[in-house]
Write a protein that binds this ligand. Structure first.
Ligand SMILES: C[S@@+](CC[C@H](N)C(=O)[O-])C[C@H]1O[C@@H](n2cnc3c(N)ncnc32)[C@H](O)[C@@H]1O
Length: 223
């Protein structure tokens, strides 16, 4: 209810995520198989790249933290509710922050992961990609998921039409936060402009949503 009083969209979003944090964390605990392919992918990246300083951007209740190994692991999220649950993972440090205004120095992280947030809960825009590129070290690795445009537009396994009425009602009530998506073309284009090289874009089908899993590296910085 209180979020109706908030003028600032970010604060309103935070209140929404806070209210869902308990359920989100519980679902994760009870369903360790969720996004197992992404969890294994993260584990593989860590063992191959051996990053020292790692950032989990929009870490939520910490689904991927057990799969990260490094000297310094940082989880950031703007939801205090989500962070409260993530803190059960003792391998990481936590900061409450907006991913569009990262409070880190240039070239800080060797690996940045961001799952189920970019192009899903917030737009894949140049401001965000510039923030990521700025804090990622040269030759550092990034991995993030994006909801494919065609999944939003076309029926996927027949269920998307089932969700549309709920999405529209939620949008009208100002409660829906998951309306973003991007095409492969858009992802390629935007990343290339910033000197971020894509090593892999793979479409994977999770239990609920399909995602593009985008993995790449920073070769240079173009502003
Ligand atoms: C679907 S959850 C994903 C959490 C986690 N990465 C995972 O895969 O389980 C999306 C998360 O993004 C966070 N979030 C959304 N917009 C954000 C923003 N602008 N800044 C920081 N966190 C944000 C929410 O609080 C939420 O925890």
């Amino acid at each position: 209810m209180i979020e109706r009083l908030l003028r600032n969209l970010k604060l309103k979003d935070m209140a929404w995520y806070d209210s869902t944090a308990e359920r989100y964390a519980l679902f994760d605990e009870q369903n360790p198989q969720t996004n197992l392919d992404i969890k294994r992918g993260v584990e593989k990246l860590v063992s191959e790249k051996k990053p020292v300083v790692i950032l989990d951007l929009g870490c939520g209740s910490g689904r991927y933290l057990p799969f990260l190994k490094g000297e310094l692991i940082v989880g950031i999220d703007f939801s205090i509710g989500m962070l409260k649950h993530a803190k059960k993972f003792k391998n990481a440090n936590f900061i409450q922050a907006d991913i569009f205004n990262l409070p880190f120095k240039e070239n800080t992280f060797d690996l940045i992961i961001s799952m189920s947030i970019i192009g899903e809960h917030c737009p894949l825009n140049m401001k965000l990609l510039k923030e990521i590129s700025y804090v990622l070290s040269l030759k550092g690795t990034f991995a993030f998921t994006v909801i494919p445009l065609h999944h939003r537009l076309l029926p996927y396994k027949g269920y998307i039409w089932f969700f549309w009425p709920f999405l529209i009602i939620q949008l009208m009530l100002g409660k829906e936060t998951t309306i973003f998506c991007a095409s492969k073309f858009e992802i390629n284009n935007k990343l290339r402009k910033l000197g971020l090289e894509i090593m892999q874009i793979k479409e994977r089908h999770g239990i609920v949503y399909p995602h593009f899993l985008v993995v790449g590296t920073r070769n240079q910085r173009k502003d």
